[in-house]
Write a protein that binds this ligand. Sequence first.
Ligand SMILES: *Cc1c(COP(=O)(O)O)cnc(C)c1O
Length: 435
Amino acid sequence: MAEAAASGTPATTTTLTNAELFDRGRRVTPGGVNSPVRAFRSVGGTPYFVARGEGSSVWDVEGRRYLDFVQSYGASILGHAHPAVVSAVQAAATQGTTFGAPTEREVLLAEEICRRVGHCDEVRLVNSGTEATMSAVRLARGATGRDRVVVFEGCYHGHSDGLLAGGGSGVATLGLPASVGVTRSAVADTVVVPYNRVPEIGADVAAVIVEPIAANMGLVPPAPGFLEGLRAACDAAGALLIFDEVITGFRVAPGSVAGIFGVVPDLWCFGKVIGGGLPLAAFGGRGEVMEQLAPSGPVYQAGTLSGNPLATAAGLAVLAELTPDVYPALAASAGRFAAGLTEALAAAGLVAQVPVAGPLVGVFFGPEPVTSYAGAKASADTGHYPGLMHGLLDRGVAIAPGAYEILFPSLAHTEADFGRAVEAAGEAATVVAAN
Ligand SMILES: *Cc1c(COP(=O)(O)O)cnc(C)c1O
């Protein structure tokens, strides 16, 4: 370490190419990646291996620079390697990285989350969004004494068995396993219904879990009345409403989007932004529900690395930067960016939609705004996304290698960055439209 520092050579420097690393990776890791979409399967080609990131850019191992709209699928909001986060993590690391005993920053981060999210009295820190949603559903079942959970087609709640349910196709169905290895019984109590339509909620329903702005089937904002309708239906049935805000939380607003829509859920799931780029997520809600959780109550949940000292340091550092004034500014840039993209794609002759919700930006191909998974799938089925994505990548702009992902402008993106991305999108779209 001392030697590397003295020579000024970062430990991660490699002489290997993207293709060589991908080949080697595939020998020791399924598909060469640790999360499937990164393998570029749905868009073709070889993934770029990131050597480093700074602000709005990443550099791959071959030294190519990309203007990055992936931003770790929303985990990064300040841009890469923000100095405040870097120094907070460095300082924390020198004091020890995990103890298995409570630490001050866990209290501070929980206080900060609760301060920002009205009606959220308590949170439990976990390590991933998957853990947050899985545990929130268990808690809801424990608190209500009921089994059934309602999910919406096209929403993503991580990869726990009970929430990996497919089905739907426009009608309410009992869940079918959405992956090999998920048993029928694991999803037997999961009901899948179409997004943006209020379903009937029976007396056997423990919880309805929803992305209040859907951002894992492209970007699909809630229709007027949808979230209000869910709240009313849950209240009438005695079911809990869970907002999965792993993407929207602390990105669209200083805390929850509940304030924007005027609908308060019983439980929230947060992740991505609040970990500052480290593995951290949380679920929380009303005190009397949260107090059902062990050790206060009978619902078991635990984690060796939960509330990790590095992750809480990063989370606190990010939230300290996220003052209320940054949100309107980020939303305004995203709005201008979306307008620019809309114009560029239209000028290129590509029939497309560029939905925007606060700082979130999506791209759909087709003449109509998309309101549900059926529309999102029709857009993906046009087959235009891979061409647009690779056309952008060839021009030094990275968007996610999957048609159901969205773009994540960060606070590090400048007007010049947005302008460059719009220009690249216009050029890439011209090629797509011509094919
Ligand atoms: C990313 C995401 C998750 C899963 O989070 P992981 O940290 O990847 O496990 C859950 N819900 C939503 C809405 C997400 O976007």
